[in-house]
Write a protein that binds this ligand. Sequence first.
Ligand code: HAM
Length: 435
Amino acid sequence: MPKKKKSFQAPKGTFDILPSAQNVWETLRFTASRLADDFSYRRIDTPIIESSQLFETSVGTATDIVQKQMYTFKTSGGDVLTLRPEGTAPVARAYIENGLYNQPSPQKFFYMGPMFRYEQPQSGRFRQFHQFGFEVIGDEDPIYDAQLVQMIFALFDDFKITNLMVKVNSIGCKKCRQTFRNALIKYYKPQAKHLCKDCKTRLKDNPLRLLDCKDEKCIKVRSGSPQILDFLCGGCRKHFTEFLEILDEIEIRYTLDPYLVRGLDYYTKTVFEFFISNEENKDSRLPKSSSGPAIGGGGRYDDLYHLLGGRNTPAVGLAIGMERMMSIMQKNDVKLIAKKFPPVFLAYLGVPAKRKVIKLLSQLRHAGIVAGESFGKTSIGAQMKVADKIGAFYTVILGQKEILDNTAIIRDMHSGMQETVPRAKLIEVLKKRLG
Ligand code: HAM
């Protein structure tokens, strides 16, 4: 019996982005980059691997990301590295390491790329996924918090998607959060037996996360819990009020969600998450309910830079999940950026002509003319079919006669008319025809 060949599959929770899907990806990449340019965010790229300690220190050892979701490995040199699960901590590391604090503040950064989290894959949740994100570093003014929210509404506006909603909250600073934390523990402790298994652990390690558990039992207990907004200190209250006032001023619809705490430990003050609203009345300023998982989220993280060994540097940012964003774009039939197709196709008959075609392709490219070919097909008929399929305006045909005469045939693919031109004049004629 012949041995069956092993066939390979992409690892669980990862996927290929095939050529047929590139158009929607390119549309999102292009629109996000243009948004960054429009709002003066400069692109930054950090390595996909970072020291594990960076995420333990910033995202927090008691978070799901650090406890369950990191792809961590030891190199043969003994370093313990992690495939980045998010982009905020790497940007902070790069800022401190490269002394970017010497440049005028605030600095605004934009990044885009793959992130890795070991999660149970399901709709909209992958192990390798992509984010683009924006970070404003070095300013505590809530106007930046509001501008970030405004940018995402602008992005959805560009795509003509109208049912975006944002949930906002403030989780205060270190000081007021500690008082709130104590109040939470006091409230939850007597009810511990009614909580899910994870929340029993959260009560000890990360009580704030008790508030965003999706388990029915925990939601029931939560209904009588203390609310962070009642615990904000004067400074945090003022910051949050200003943030909301600016959102009102720029006419952003928001929903105040006192249970929004986010899953990463570095946040202080403002936090927000973006969803698609499932309400009919899209323009109403009334609270809305959301459907599906968060498309993106972010907030302020004024203590992170200091925690990572840098100066005290207030900062705010957000990240959007690109797969989730793309699924919404597809559901809403977003107009995709038209793909450029080669306006000219080069066809050949016989090996000498084929060799001329490979040379001609590069000469056309130099002259700024994009041309297609199908070297693998020997019959002219099959090559013409490809020319038709890619939508070429003109096909240049080289056969034995044209090689001997130093000419080329130009066929107008629309009318079917053919003209023979001297090869030396080919580029000039094509340029004229293509306008
Ligand atoms: P995050 O909420 O963990 O925040 O992730 C942001 C977005 O990434 C999520 O809303 C979701 O759309 C997408 N996402 C997260 N995990 C997955 C997954 N497993 N599969 C598919 N999409 C996923 C952050 O990462 C923060 N760094 C955001 C930030 C920037 N905060 C301040 N600056």
